[in-house]
Design a protein around this ligand. Sequence first.
Ligand code: FAD
Length: 475
Amino acid sequence: RPAIVWFRNDLRVNDNAALLAASSHKQVVPVYILEPAANTRAIGGARKWWLHHSLAKLGEKLADLGAPLMLMRGDPALLIAGLVEKTDAAAVYWNRRYDPAFLSSDASLKDALRAQDIVVESFAGQLLHEPTRVRTGNDTFYKVYSPFWRAIEGGIEDREPAPAPDRLTALANAPQSETLSDWGLLPTKPDWARGLRETWKPGEDGAHERLDEFVSERVCGYASLRDVPGVESTSRLSPHLANGEITPAQIIQALKASDADASPKDRTVFRKEVGWREFSYHLLVNEPDLPQQNHNSRFDGFPWKDDETALLAWQKGVTGYPIVDAGMRELWRTGWMHNRVRMVTASFLTKHLMVDWREGERWFWDTLVDADPASNAASWQWVAGSGADAAPYFRVFNPIIQGEKFDPDGDYVRRYVPELANLPSKFIHKPWTAPDDALAKAGVHLGETYPMPIVDHQQARNRALAAYEKIKDAA
Ligand code: FAD
């Protein structure tokens, strides 16, 4: 009897344990279900764009293997049960997902199917560790990154990625699939996805191209260059990971096998970054409210400002601080932002503007192609100071110094804030200090072609620290 393999955020055929298990059955029915927003937090616009293309690519790969992907919309519990009946399937397989929104619904579906003597198996793959199984000596979850990393590091090379199945046999008379283009995942008017199309190649092949490029070249110097946003020095694997087009085990093994001239430090630092993704899921699974609730409840009393104008200026990249504006515009144009600049822009929103980190988290959720329930929430809380093992609140990134340190020649700012492109480097991160003739020569008219800073750095910093003082000693 046939097996159903239910694809979720694992849009790949390689290292896909669920697909491999299904391939041992005579016939296979691969299915992807678009779930109603009511079941969970709806994915944002940028990820919808990605999902459309990734599903198209997965569909091609599965068709080549012999069993086309079936697309359905609705409640998975009902649809999977219906599909089992229609196809007379003996088994249902899936890879585990760790978003708490799905954990209990997946578990109840498993129970319901097993009660009907259907074989149901779920597999690991999305992570290198099982978030509920890794525990401290006191039998709690880890709230600090370094001991967490020490606890899992030794095991991260253990899993050998599985190959793709050689071939699959489709079920004759499989139920009719919906049509991807009817799902409305792509933007229509305005078509804001041009920059995304120019930047990314969604799908498993695109993921492996990025990985190969990274482990053969870019990993050399990663430890120092990863902080320089003007140079493409990081792997840019995050959207591929978010959609499960590649697994962390494939990445770790490719790094191990790479004979690139990377220093041990380059390799270790990269592995540790992959470890931050693991840690974020560790936190999310153990604290399901992470995207909504302060980890540190002291922040519940923080006097966030309800400032629509400031939020809009931040979202549009017109704050008057070039490194912040470049980051926000990179995000809007490409659906991705360099990690260093994510930290600077998030700090600017939560500290200089004192806007609640949840507003920033929501904006990133909608605009990032790698929007991830764990990494986004954990990172926002980390920057805001409310998170587990967070940056202390009093560490307020200075956007001028950050710019001068990590984008010394202004390459990054010039790319995303072209109205400043002709300013000399010494003024590129603080155009308001440039003499009139330098501004005129560069064609910059402050307040017209580029804004004056919407807040004064020193005053904003003092204001944020004073607000923090008030909650610091709260229980
Ligand atoms: P690389 O430097 O090549 O790192 C390799 C992989 O390690 C990444 O693909 C990612 O999976 C993981 N990683 C690296 N840094 C981190 C980190 N700090 N936290 C968690 N995982 C990490 N990452 C997301 O994947 N999705 C998000 O929604 C997200 N939101 C963020 C929001 C804020 C405010 C901040 C400060 C960071 C956020 N990050 C998020 C983490 C990080 O910025 C991105 O993972 C990274 O920039 C992706 O680029 P890369 O693939 O080139 O990273």
